[in-house]
Design a binder for this molecule. Structure first.
Ligand SMILES: Cc1cc2nc3c(=O)[nH]c(=O)nc-3n(C[C@H](O)[C@H](O)[C@H](O)COP(=O)(O)O)c2cc1C
Length: 357
């Protein structure tokens, strides 16, 4: 089974759903000595299979696949799958839909309670394809699922954001914990979406989680320089996971409108801050603060419905090249983004030089 301690470089390329993670990006990170990831979220199982095969054609090194845990399969927040809670989410999402329609004059999407992000098909897929690592976010799968994956020699990782979640993930049989701090770009991986995400700084969080679990830890969130990586390793992490820093790499599938905003943000010419929002998806996520986030600061806790509802609005804004209507996910390290190749970024973070390898 994959062993985090045996990675040539202690750097994971974060899974980034929504088109950012590509086979080229995952392969570049793994070939450089880190661990690249594919992001299965929002994709069909067939599309993920194609990406796995393509990644294998690009690198002989191992890589990971990341899955979203739907509410009904989340054993941590059992209340999020209770019928009354599902009804509450749906009602809140429909009210938000009305507000969006009135506010934008556009036709939002419809909430779809049957959409579980292809959970059973994706579990079958990873059991068949056996990537070196399978990581989960948004929830804690049943211990039997983690045991089945381990039985196929697959290393399982759970994203956690506080010591209580870490204890629960370790108890369910996770092999590695991805400790996500408050600076992380994109969605917070809180195991209970109703919970306000914590703001304990990453180094403190790592020390707190190391006290309750002996599992290897991956530190994520705001890792933007070799000194950040070194500090996380000094606080007990075995490796770091980096997302935002890779967004402008040529291998990433980041959209043109997102790239442009990130370049402007890095130059300091626009987008002076990031903030947390539920406005795009119904789950808290960090991005460059734009007009849509400012207009809907009180969007409800109703993932994935809000994501489904805002889908057509985001697509229309992206087609127009309008950065104020799309999610511009970015962590607090966004000023350090560069257009360097992913392998160079990984090597630089690990402190082994930034020349072509
Ligand atoms: C654009 C984007 C998409 C993301 N998508 C996912 C995802 O699909 N699954 C996941 O576990 N984490 C996802 N994340 C969170 C990352 O795994 C990681 O926690 C975060 O990027 C680390 O913080 P950083 O962005 O400051 O490096 C995403 C992050 C970004 C920036």
């Amino acid at each position: 089974m994959f062993n985090l301690h045996s990675l040539p470089l202690p750097v994971l390329g974060a899974p980034m759903a929504g088109g950012v993670s590509t086979p080229e990006l995952a392969a570049a990170v793994s070939s450089a000595g880190g661990l690249g990831f594919l992001a299965a979220g929002y994709k069909s199982a067939d599309a993920v299979r194609e990406q796995i095969l393509r990644t294998r054609s690009l690198t002989g090194a191992g890589f990971g696949v990341n899955l979203f845990v739907p509410d009904h399969a989340n054993t941590y927040a059992a209340n999020t799958c209770a019928a009354a809670e599902a009804d509450r989410k749906l009602a809140a999402a429909l009210a938000f839909r009305d507000r969006l329609a009135a506010g934008t004059g556009l036709e939002p999407g419809h909430p779809n309670p049957d959409d579980d992000d292809g959970w059973p098909a994706k579990l079958d897929l990873v059991l068949q394809e056996q990537p070196a690592v399978v990581s989960f976010t948004f929830g804690l799968p049943d211990a039997a699922v983690l045991a089945e994956l381990a039985g196929r020699d697959i290393c399982t990782v759970i994203t956690v954001t506080d010591p209580d979640e870490a204890r629960a993930a370790a108890g369910a049989g996770a092999r590695v914990l991805c400790v996500q701090g408050p600076g992380a770009g994109g969605h917070r991986g809180t195991l209970d979406s109703a919970k306000a995400p914590g703001d304990v700084p990453l180094d403190e969080l790592l020390r707190g989680i190391a006290e309750v679990s002996d599992l290897p830890l991956v530190a994520a969130g705001g890792i933007a320089a070799p000194s950040d990586a070194a500090a996380a390793l000094a606080c007990g992490a075995t490796a770091v996971q980096v997302g935002t820093l890779l967004l402008l790499s040529p291998e990433a599938g980041t959209s043109p409108v997102h790239r442009l905003a990130l370049r402007e943000a890095a130059l300091g010419s626009r987008w002076q801050e990031t903030s947390l929002t539920r406005a795009f998806s119904g789950r808290p996520a960090r991005g460059l603060t734009n007009e849509f986030m400012r207009t809907y600061p009180d969007a409800p806790d109703a993932y994935p419905y809000i994501n489904q509802i805002t889908g057509p609005l985001r697509a229309a804004a992206a087609a127009e090249g309008n950065p104020d209507g799309v999610s511009l996910w970015a962590g607090t390290g966004y000023r350090q983004v560069s257009g360097d190749a992913a392998g160079i970024i990984v090597r630089r973070l690990a402190g082994v030089g930034d020349r072509e390898y």
